[in-house]
Design a protein around this ligand. Sequence first.
Ligand code: NDP
Ligand code: GDR
Length: 357
Amino acid sequence: MAERKRVLITGITGQDGSYLSELLLEKGYEVHGIIRRTSTFNTDRIDHLYTDPHNEDARLFLHYGDLTDGTVMRRILEQVQPKEVYNLGAQSHVRVSFDSPEYTADVVGMGTLRLLEAIRDYQQRTGIEVRFYQAGSSEMFGKVRSVPQSEETPFYPRSPYACAKVFAHWQTVNYRESYGLFASNGILFNHESPRRGETFVTRKITRAVARILAGKQSKLYMGNLDAKRDWGYAKDYVKAMWLMLQQNVPDDYVVATGETHSVQEFLEIAFGYVNLNWENYVEFDARYLRPTEVDLLIGDATKAKQKLSWEPSVSFEQLVKLMVEADLQALGLVANGVGLSSPLDNAIIRKSLVNAI
Ligand code: NDP
Ligand code: GDR
């Protein structure tokens, strides 16, 4: 029997990690993920994929580690011997990065460098190629100078998070050029799903809509409603990550829908879906403002479309509705149904809705 292709994913417990694991397991890979030790379980998003590793048919394996701990990253790499590494691990909240800048830079910036160094050594010593994907972000474009943003648009990061991602991006390019590593950067614009973390704006809104309807919440406190983002569907975006590592040569790609919408438009559609007027519920709270904001993001994904044959499959309006629908269903509320939310997502998010903060 042919040996299974092994992959290693950092950030496997996150939104993208869970969708990417599903995709790779479907494709027959053996998936290894790095998880952090926490005092309560943090594997909700991948529990449905996990089987006892003693089972002969187990194909998902988890390893304790942390991007701040280079020794462990090296050890796991040696042990797993993956053909592909997806570096999705990050302190990924932009607002929080202003509160914890050193930690964010350590995980997002130095963490990537630690992994690249480990791969370089492993590859030079064994002669075995390891393909590397770096989870870059549209936040790297930051202060708007021209739109739409493409691979050619210069970076102007506006947060500790974005600065660290720029560092990681250029280290990835540098390792490709210096040591011939197959290392590709995705420059992914915002992508969302029912599995999105509850403090990112989209999920915060859709979760609030469901909770307001269920009588569990009366107000929604928000920051800047004028910011505009190019929002896509996470499941589409993890496909682009995989496609990048299947090419003949490594490269960098923007992944986006090419449409932009304001936070207020998101509110209008989400509340409108259940016949509520958002203005009756939303209040301003300055704590959600950032010291510097990214005002407008809209991506030009022409290169990804042409070279990877990648296309987004879910429109902005569909995305908002599928997220509201999933949050409603998880609370046992009936939705009209655009048919995109899955029972699996509902099970994953139920806990976060019921255990109100
Ligand atoms: P999430 O915040 O949902 O997931 C982040 C993951 O990183 C979690 O598994 C988290 O583990 C893990 N992590 C956090 N700190 C560490 C650490 N010190 N060591 C190891 N792992 C750590 O992010 P997404 O899934 O949304 O995003 C995936 C990647 O893509 C991130 O790098 C993000 O910055 C980037 N990105 C995301 C975009 C988006 O719109 N979603 C757009 C562009 C880029 P735990 O569960 O224990 O917290
Ligand atoms: P972003 O996502 O910063 O774009 O980073 P987020 O959803 O946090 O913010 C989007 C926009 O909404 C505005 N906003 C609020 N944001 C939050 N979180 N909470 C609020 O109450 C609120 N009110 C208004 C923000 O100011 C911002 O303009 C995400 C992350 O996933 C990053 O890791 C990733 O790299 C980028 O997307 C692309």
